[in-house]
Design a protein around this ligand. Sequence first.
Ligand SMILES: Cc1cc2nc3c(=O)[nH]c(=O)nc-3n(C[C@H](O)[C@H](O)[C@H](O)COP(=O)(O)O)c2cc1C
Length: 394
Amino acid sequence: MKYEKLFSPITLRGVIFPNRIQRTSMVTGLTTEDGRVTEDLIRRYQREAKGGVGALVVEAAVIIPSKSPYNLRISSDEFVPGIAEMVQAIRETSSEVKIGIQIMQHLKLSRSGWRQKVEDFQTHELPHIVENHVAAARRSLRAGFDFIEIHMAHAYVLSSFLSRANRRTDGYGGSLQNRMKLPVQVFQAVRSEVGEAFPLGIRMNGEDFHLSGNTLAQSSKIAVKFAQTGADYISVSGGSRFEDALTPPEGSPPDPMSGYSGHRMSPWFWWPDGANVYLAEGVRETIRKAGFHTPIVTAGKIREPEHAERILRQERADIIGLCRTLLADPDWPIKAKEGREAELVRCGACNSCLEADSRYEKVSCSRWPEGLLNAPDSFRPAMARPSDIKKEFI
Ligand SMILES: Cc1cc2nc3c(=O)[nH]c(=O)nc-3n(C[C@H](O)[C@H](O)[C@H](O)COP(=O)(O)O)c2cc1C
């Protein structure tokens, strides 16, 4: 086998993940406006599961009642049956893939340009943030997921508590110790809800990529704390912070993807491949030195199986996160495993998917035939002309 590391299994709390490829969380815009599962959403995940990915993290699910159009919701019990049906459908497509969900509390935004900040929460409201995550975890268990990822990266509540930009003065901001307090409380409360046998990971920023944000100096210490607290994996992302967003046009909310920080989460075509691997490597090195073996996930423009294998061999990370790479070609894992690299449809890092997400539109890949929400089954680069593909697959 050419990519031995990539296709070696990994066990987290007794749950066997068949390979080291994790489809990282990706908002799809395929839910109903009020956040319910649709046939299109189910088909998107089934398509990805079919391609041989080892772990699939379902998109950031909103855990609070709020207006947040076309985002998957797990903010009340009424959403559980739809999500459970989706999990079941993915499982029927692949019995091997392990299915997780990313639970996320976002900061509220308005078209006037106002955005909620961590300093806006009253101290007595903080326990609600913990409870929101616990309730979402309980629903995730009922929906049948194999694991849960707590979202502590990018532009949302927990990453903003962790950030150096958090200026709270009530013991939950300022020093690193204080900034970690709430995210650690959330983690511990979710752990007691899901129990000791259930894999629970976190996603965090290795670097916030704005002047007042965290760098590796802080994020490696945060990672050590979560390794100590029992995180089963730490997925290291970066950027996508509001502090660096451009001033939005009137009538539009600020977009955390619009500034330099935003450009680092899903590196554009002008960044080298693996632009964020050094962050995972830095975090990994620190937590290994501290004596922890917590697996580290890296993501960000990893497009070649050979590159993914090299990252693992060089012990820069333990799991390879692919998002746009799998959106462009859900069969990437199976093609890599079978040595069919020539047939890979490569992500061009054009970020038309990300821009659609920012516009609250359906997320699809610019390399697919127009109008198709899920990749055609035997999508080949040789069939690049949409008119040809349309004839063949629609
Ligand atoms: C359209 C889109 C939506 C995304 N949504 C999420 C999300 O919900 N949660 C998250 O942690 N990351 C999200 N990401 C970031 C990806 O998970 C991933 O870390 C990033 O795109 C880099 O990997 P890639 O180069 O393989 O795409 C999103 C990325 C894209 C392009």
